[in-house]
Design a protein around this ligand. Structure first.
Ligand SMILES: Cc1cc2nc3c(=O)[nH]c(=O)nc-3n(C[C@H](O)[C@H](O)[C@H](O)COP(=O)(O)O)c2cc1C
Length: 336
């Protein structure tokens, strides 16, 4: 039988916490018979998404396969993900959230890898008799799982609050099921995570959890949540809830599940979701399809505002530039 492939990606510094944590989990997968690969995001030269949306338009019109017009090292990451059966990601916390490079890579994954866009383009292309090589990569539809690891130096947990939630931006477009997640804060209290046996043991379990998910015999077992805490959302198991404007209901920020809140006699806050609302989660097919359909049906094509150039002209002509550098400026502004 072909070995299962596990890809680890570290978004941290060379041989610092994220590298070590991902490698440790990968070693566990290798011990269990998986083929493993490791990428350091900072070794890749990936440029920002320019927002041209050629990738999505290509998928919607059937003229493209969902690729970016830019070809850089994102292609290396993309191919590695396509080959993988599971991914293990670790990202440092910068300013309470993911690093800029993490976000850049997520934007490049973005709508172009959304499986509802890709699947529709693939099926329509097949029905039209197009050769498979002109259609979205069918490896996009492979079921995969992930473990997410967020790392923060600060001793106070809320300084890493947005990192793990943001890390789902990597997995949700491709419908990769997150089966384990670890939030490691206080990392600066240890010279290196290698000197923190409890966290290294947790990384052993990350590897084991990925292997268990890969070896699952049923779909239910494959996607079973293996994290330490259930969280507030039964779909993504995170705890980041946004209260609605009416202050009566709330959304899971990560996956969009909408529900109601209650506080029980012990002061425990509970979220209640209907089955229908959970199906609208952007981590599930229903929620994804709802989103791609709203874009396909509601987004306006160019040419709908007849005098657009005229309306924009004052803004195009308005270019105040930056403030003049003050004489006493002592920052990084280069002197003439
Ligand atoms: C620009 C910058 C911002 C940071 N902001 C935070 C932060 O908001 N919260 C936190 O817990 N740690 C913060 N840190 C610390 C890193 O998360 C920490 O050093 C982490 O271990 C980096 O991962 P690595 O060791 O794998 O490189 C910041 C570090 C840098 C360089």
């Amino acid at each position: 039988m072909e070995k299962k492939k596990v890809l680890g990606i570290s978004f941290g510094r060379k041989m610092s916490n994220c590298d070590v944590m991902v490698k440790h989990a990968l070693m566990e997968c290798e011990k269990a018979g998986c083929e493993v690969a490791f990428l350091r995001a900072d070794d890749l030269n990936v440029s920002n998404c320019t927002g041209c949306i050629a990738c999505t338009i290509g998928l919607m019109t059937g003229r493209g396969r969902g690729y970016c017009v830019r070809h850089d090292d994102f292609d290396i990451l993309d191919e590695a993900v396509m080959q993988s059966d599971a991914v293990i990601l670790a990202c440092p916390t910068y300013e309470t959230s993911v690093t800029g490079r993490f976000k850049t890579i997520c934007d490049r994954i973005g709508p172009s890898h959304d499986i509802t866009f890709r699947k529709a383009a693939f099926e329509e292309g097949m029905a039209a008799g197009k050769p498979e090589e002109q259609l979205p990569d069918k490896r996009s539809f492979k079921k995969r799982q992930a473990a997410l690891i967020s790392v923060g130096g600060a001793m106070t947990e809320n300084w890493i609050a947005l990192t793990l939630p943001m890390m789902f931006e990597f997995t949700f477009p491709m419908a990769i099921d997150v089966v384990d997640a670890v939030e490691y804060y206080g990392a600066m209290a240890h010279e290196s995570v290698v000197g923190y046996p409890e966290m290294m043991e947790r990384m052993t379990r990350v590897g084991q959890n990925i292997v268990a998910s890969l070896n699952a015999e049923t779909e239910e077992e494959r996607i079973a949540w293996r994290g330490d805490e259930e969280g507030m959302c039964p779909v993504c198991h995170t705890r980041l809830i946004q209260i609605s404007h009416d202050k009566k209901t709330a959304d899971c920020v990560v996956c969009g599940s909408h529900g109601t809140l209650s506080i029980d006699e012990n002061g425990i806050v509970n979220m209640h979701y209907t089955k229908e609302e959970l199906e609208r989660s952007r981590l599930r097919w229903g929620g994804k399809l709802e989103h791609s359909t709203e874009i396909k049906t509601k987004a306006q094509p160019s040419g709908t505002i007849k005098n657009l150039a005229e309306l924009k002209a004052p803004y195009a002509a308005f270019n105040p530039g930056v403030f003049a550098v003050e004489k006493e400026a002592f920052g990084n502004v280069k002197e003439d």
